[in-house]
Design a protein around this ligand. Structure first.
Ligand SMILES: Nc1ncnc2c1ncn2[C@@H]1O[C@H](COP(=O)(O)OP(=O)(O)O)[C@@H](O)[C@H]1O
Ligand SMILES: [Mg+2]
Length: 257
């Protein structure tokens, strides 16, 4: 078994609503699986179930062979480092009264990474450089950054704990198109450097295609089609995928940005 992540017949329920229905997927180390589908189809619910932030009503999620919903204690703590979330709006998860440097140092402290304050400060500076931000800006507060810069901070904070998997939940959906391309480029660079695996969630098929090795198309809680990015985009089998593709005005223009 060399899959990093295996999702087997997972369902997520909120009371009577079955938001995710019997979903199965797999992701190898260093690979990107795009998850695409319109708003409300269950992408975030599935992403949260993968990270054991949401219980699975049925089925199981295996990370390196262990069922994530059964992890407790030290093994759960380790999983919280190995699998991280990048949000659409990192601002919502940043404390407005804490400098961004202090926020990253806090993550390092909480996870026992970096023995002294000086080491943590140094590590935060390295992380900032890794994501293309000036380490001098670590003293600044979240409101002093643009949307794209905040997304870089969110990525730096996720990387602080040295994850193997990032669930990126619409990480570029709130950004201007040119900034989207910068963040996509950054995520690809980081994947190349670190061998990260991504579950890359989006509703814009052009962006998801640009990022992904394989794509899973989600509709109404279910995966209706999975294949290589080219297969899914050039020869869509399911009517819903065909509809999604026809909503992409000009894929070549979008990719050239
Ligand atoms: N915490 C929650 N409680 C109740 N319903 C929820 C919750 N989160 C999501 N939902 C519902 O589940 C469905 C799927 O939502 P979501 O997973 O956020 O989809 P997506 O990320 O694709 O937009 C929607 O109908 C949404 O209203
Ligand atoms: Mg969502």
């Amino acid at each position: 078994m060399n899959e990093l992540l295996e999702v087997e017949n997972v369902s997520v329920r909120y009371g009577a609503l079955e938001a995710v229905r019997n979903v199965s997927l797999s992701l190898a180390a260093g690979e990107t699986l795009g998850l695409v589908g319109e708003s409300g189809c269950g992408k975030s619910s599935l992403g949260r179930a993968v990270l054991a932030l949401e219980p699975a009503a049925s089925g199981r999620v295996l990370f390196e062979g262990s069922c994530v919903h059964e992890l407790r204690g030290a093994s759960l703590k380790q999983f919280r480092c190995e699998a991280q979330m990048v949000f659409q709006d990192p601002f919502g998860s940043l404390n407005p009264r804490m400098s961004v440097g202090a926020a990253i140092e806090e993550v390092l402290y909480v996870h026992g990474l970096g023995k002294t304050k000086a080491v943590r400060r140094e590590r935060a500076a390295e992380l900032f450089e890794n994501v293309g931000l000036n380490p001098d800006w670590l003293r600044r507060y979240p409101h002093e950054f643009s949307g794209g810069q905040r997304q870089r901070i969110g990525i730096a904070r996720a990387l602080a704990v040295e994850p193997k998997l990032l669930v990126a939940d619409e990480p570029v959906s709130a950004l201007d198109v040119s900034v989207q391309a910068d963040i996509v480029r950054l995520l690809k660079k980081l994947q190349h450097e670190r061998g990260l695996a991504y579950l890359f969630v989006g509703h814009d098929l052009a962006v998801v295609r640009d990022m992904s090795d394989r794509i899973a198309v989600m509709f109404n809680g279910e995966i209706v089609e999975t294949g290589s990015a080219d297969q899914v985009c050039d020869g869509p089998q399911h009517p819903y995928t065909q509809k999604l593709l026809s909503a992409v005005p000009d894929i070549d223009t979008a990719l050239a940005l």
